[in-house]
Design a protein around this ligand. Sequence first.
Ligand code: UD1
Ligand code: UDP
Length: 372
Amino acid sequence: MKVIVVFGTRPEGIKMAPIVLELKRRPDIETVVAVTGQHREMLDQVLDIFHIVPDYDMNIFKSGQTLTEITVNTMVGLETILDKEKPDLLLVQGDTTSVFAGGMAAFYKQIKVGHVEAGLRSGNLYSPYPEEANRRLTGVLTNFHFAPTEGNRQNLLRENYPDEAIFITGNTVIDALHLAVKDDYVFDNPVLNTIDYSKDVVLLTSHRRENIGVPMANIFRAVRHVVEARENVEVIFPVHLNPKVRAIAQKYLSDHPRIHLIEPLDYLPFSNLMNKVRLVLTDSGGVQEEAPALGKPVLVLREETERMEGIEANTARLIGTDYDAVVANFLELLDNADAYQAMAHAVNPYGDGHAAEKIVDIIIEQMADGSR
Ligand code: UD1
Ligand code: UDP
């Protein structure tokens, strides 16, 4: 059996890596890795860390790329590869535009599709944008839905996908985290090396398209206000390479000795930093899954989330992007030890670290069965 694994961005790389490594361990599977290159530097560091050398690199990256360019260039690039390789199955992961375009390219060639991290839904087509649409569109093209949780399975059943096509596997983000996080990890980054981690060190990330503009400005103004109000706080913000995000971060968060705007971190220092900080503020999808697994309270800087499991386990709190709400929630977790402790416990609703193994076992079984 030949399986082609297609991905394009940092989070897909991190979550697909355990599957690529597992597929390559199985003697009866020929694995082909094709990266779209939707991300460049941010993807390449993931490939390096997991020692994955792609068989194909579509290299579609262009700074300031539009959603249409990503979609079209991925589909055109993949068409040639699929014609040449003729795989039995194409795997995509998550909800980026590489995922939707990859699924669509496979569908046009009548190649079966496996969707890893299937069934996440926020319920609002425009939030996260365009990810909620990407995941729904990919679902329609999918033969095998690998749902991380029971809640994700229920979402798919509500949309009338057949039960037999849905498999609860956990999320491979936890498999990757187990490979990456070590309690004795030593940073080689000068900023991270000099921080005093006994202080209130806070990790911030923000990059969502629907937050770019006023919501992101509100978030950053609120963070600055809290840092100015509490002397024990240090904020570390590895700023996404999107120039629009960088401009807003620069405008509201630069030139403060306790706000550290740094370049995006490689996955190993990033995940180990998460393991050391007191609190996480984020609009990221993956970080919402990783921080609870590490016992770190998360304030989710979004109006909706498709990752309700962390909220239900009370390790994550959905606070939106309003200035006052960010200030109030951030201050509460700094000042109220009971509120902090109530959220600071490790949970793993997103998986047990063996999702990749399960997914590959299911692929082998289902492809041999041949009924889907
Ligand atoms: C993309 C995904 C989003 C995911 C995020 C993870 C889509 C529509 N969005 O958003 O779902 O959460 O990745 O980070 O698929 N850039 C670089 N170098 C890089 C990567 C990005 O310079 O390695 C800059 C470029 O100017 C690029 C911009 O960031 O135009 C935005 O990148 P893009 O992939 O279009 O969207 P993201 O916001 O990264
Ligand atoms: N991450 C990283 N370096 C950073 C920020 C995040 O390696 O500077 C990792 C993080 O551990 C997580 C993933 O990137 O696994 C999340 O990516 P991102 O927030 O860009 O995308 P999303 O998950 O929101 O799609």
